[in-house]
Ligand binder design. Structure first.
Ligand SMILES: [Zn+2]
Length: 482
């Protein structure tokens, strides 16, 4: 029986405001424990929350960017549960009447655009942090609590159950992250916890309408972990169903060390949280003028930029997708094309050598030692024949390591391409004289040997000979000897 997975993601994004959502405490990371805490965020009796306008503005931005309808009136609600890092005994969130609903984002999956529905975008406060003396709370004789993160603003973005594979989930997450970064409302880094993801997953026979029992997956701290955890969980559920066993509705933790999910607890349902409107906060009413003002201020978003790159630079959809995955990368690319207007060549180098080297170095595009102008300068040297495409890779490595311009590296290392006919002919002569048997074989029809001769001539000139000239002269020589 063919089965398919039904996946929905709940993503929490930490907003880049300077102060917390309901008080004026700083959100700066890394301060001394409990130095950013006040009566409001620690829930002292009588302290009253006041909404941070910037948080609402950022949340509206995300709502608009994901094509949601922004509610003219929304409510803050109390989500009640007990945990030591939650001093009030409840989290202020939104439940009924969230800020934004019914939108979508488009992702690239298997080379095609797929639309993933957004059920809602709502605002809420973060909880504090427990620091256990031992590795886990169970074995620690005591634990510390740091309220600096309590009340840091979050938006929760809930997708429709439109995702079918782990790959799609990864693509969706990366898309959300890039939208948040383009909007400059969240740095979008999963590894650092500013973007967090829980996944609901179930498996059903293809063609069936009803959903199977679902599990909720937690503790996935990177895109890779999300994909691996989903793959594992889909396989686990499929095996259970095939054996005729039920899937238990529960919350499961991803264990990255063992690459499995383990049962954590029965899944809470909304009634467990006893949601009710927070009586300390009046309904949030937003006028059209504010929404339209924010709409007009939105930057060009990843999807729009991607289409424009395809249109304007005539590069493949795939290239445009990679290049617009972050605003900084798109800016780098455009700056380079502006100086060296051969878009596909620039795209190849940015996606190939540049991203490859940065990646293996653990660096981001913003930390690239090679500037757009330097990359453009090097491509110009290839174009005007000063260096060969092969030598360009050596020059690029030099630029990356030293931060020097291509022209200087070429000069210092004597990498100028040999275009002088005489010296190339000399090299060809030497190669042919050393291989009389192979010339014989070539003449008898072993034409593949031509590539070997080219390789030998390039070796003879230490890679510096102009390849077109080598080809041309070699053909002439071989014909002449026939
Ligand atoms: Zn505070």
């Amino acid at each position: 029986m063919d089965r398919e997975a039904i996946i929905g993601l709940e993503v929490h994004a930490q907003l880049l405001t300077e102060s917390k959502i309901f008080c004026s405490c700083s959100t700066t990371f890394g301060a001394d424990p409990n130095s950013h805490a006040c009566p409001v965020c620690t829930g002292l009796p009588g302290a009253l929350p006041v909404v941070n306008q910037r948080v609402v503005e950022f949340a509206i931005k995300m709502g608009l960017a994901t094509h949601c309808t922004i509610a003219r009136k929304s409510l803050f609600a109390r989500k009640n549960y007990f945990y030591p890092d939650l001093p009030k005994g409840y989290q202020i969130s939104q439940y009924e009447m969230p800020l934004a609903e019914n939108g979508y984002v488009e992702i690239l999956a298997n080379g095609e655009t797929k639309r993933i529905g957004i059920l809602r975008v709502h605002m809420e406060e973060d909880a504090g942090k427990l620091i256990h003396q031992e590795e886990s709370m169970e074995t620690s004789p005591f634990s510390f609590v740091d309220f600096n993160r309590t009340g840091v603003p979050l938006i929760e973005i809930v997708s429709a159950p439109d995702i079918r594979t782990a790959r799609e989930a990864g693509a969706y997450l990366r898309t959300l992250s890039s939208i948040l970064q383009y909007l400059e409302i969240c740095d979008g880094k999963m590894e650092e916890g500013s973007l967090r993801c829980d996944a609901n997953v179930s498996v059903r026979p293809v063609g069936e309408e009803a959903f199977g029992n679902r599990t909720e997956l937690k503790n996935m701290n990177s895109y890779r972990h999300v994909e691996k955890a989903l793959d594992y969980e889909i396989r686990r559920q499929t095996e259970l169903l095939e054996a005729g066993d039920p899937v238990v509705q529960e919350t499961r933790l991803w264990d990255p060390n063992r690459s499995i999910t383990v049962s954590m607890r029965g899944k809470e349902e909304a009634p467990d949280y006893r949601y009710f409107p927070d009586p300390d906060l009046i309904p949030l009413v937003i006028d059209d003028e504010w929404i339209e003002g924010i709409r007009k201020s939105l930057p060009e978003l990843p999807m729009e930029k991607r289409s424009r790159f395809v249109r304007e630079y005539q590069i493949p959809e795939y290239d445009a997708g990679v290049l617009t995955s972050s605003k900084a990368l798109a800016d780098f690319y455009e700056a380079c094309v502006k100086i060296f207007p051969e878009p596909k060549t620039v795209s190849n180098w940015v996606m190939g050598e540049l991203l490859g080297t940065l990646n293996s170095d653990g660096k981001e595009i913003t930390e690239s030692p090679v500037t757009p102008a330097q990359l453009a300068g090097m491509l110009q040297l290839v174009k005007d024949g000063t260096i060969s495409g092969k030598i360009a890779k050596t020059v690029f490595e030099g630029m990356y390591k030293t931060g020097k311009d291509a022209a200087r590296i070429v000069k210092e290392k004597g990498l100028v391409q040999v275009t002088d006919q005489g010296s190339i002919e000399g090299a060809i002569e030497r190669v042919l004289e050393a291989n009389p048997d192979l010339i014989e074989a070539y003449r008898k029809g072993k034409e593949k040997l031509f590539g070997y001769f080219v390789g030998q001539v390039m070796k003879e000139t230490r890679g510096k000979a102009n390849p077109q000239l080598v080809n041309q002269l070699l053909k002439q020589k071989l014909a002449g000897r026939r």
